[in-house]
Write a protein that binds this ligand. Structure first.
Ligand SMILES: Cc1cc2nc3c(=O)[nH]c(=O)nc-3n(C[C@H](O)[C@H](O)[C@H](O)COP(=O)(O)O)c2cc1C
Length: 179
């Protein structure tokens, strides 16, 4: 098995040491190479190093201010316009600005998984943060309404080594031949 699948943990404490650009580029490259339905690649990634911007993103992400302690934050954005069939007939929640996305989210999720695994492969740590309202986070980063913010991913050298979180046993989740 790929080591990072076993070793990766959500990291929420970071050392101050910056992330080298060569490592950051490998992480972004891992996202770029992800598979997607019809090879649509409906994703964009915003790389944030500015402390003020990181703080605003952390505030918009349910006030999880530890996010701003990471040297770099990547925000993964799914592009509604890459799949116009998903864009038609959207129901947008008035309060949060959230809406039903489906395929662009499915595809961008794969790219974010690649990011998490490559982060670990580079000796770094990260955490997928998904607790935000579209209406809170989009304006902070100037993201247009036809884009769906999927994940905020703080990245840095880990300052803690959390225990593995429990996972369901294979017997609980695997069936053979039929349901
Ligand atoms: C879609 C998604 C959203 C998440 N959102 C948050 C979040 O907002 N804040 C946080 O601290 N962790 C968040 N996590 C991390 C999970 O809590 C974590 O992956 C899970 O507990 C398993 O632990 P592990 O990643 O260390 O294996 C999120 C994970 C996923 C996949």
């Amino acid at each position: 098995m790929i080591d990072s699948i076993k070793n990766r943990r959500s990291i929420r404490k970071f050392r101050e040491q910056p992330v080298e650009d060569v490592k950051l580029n490998e992480i972004l490259e891992a996202a770029r190479l992800a598979p997607s339905g019809n090879n649509k690649q409906p994703w964009h990634f915003i790389v944030i190093k500015d402390q003020g911007m990181k703080r605003q993103v952390a505030e918009a992400t349910n006030n999880q201010m530890w996010i701003a302690t990471a040297p770099v934050v990547i925000v993964a954005v799914a592009d509604m316009l890459a799949r116009s069939e998903d864009y038609a007939g959207l129901h947008v929640d008035e309060e949060t600005g959230n809406f039903d996305v489906k395929r662009i989210v499915r595809d961008t999720t794969i790219a974010v998984t690649h990011i998490l695994l490559e982060v670990d492969n580079q000796g770094l740590g990260a955490c997928w943060c998904g607790a935000f309202a579209q209406k809170s986070i989009r304006p902070v980063l100037g993201i247009p309404v036809d884009k769906f913010v999927l994940a905020v991913i703080p990245i840095g050298y880990p300052a803690s080594q959390p225990q593995a979180r429990e996972r369901k046993a294979l017997e609980e989740i695997v069936r053979y031949e039929r349901w």
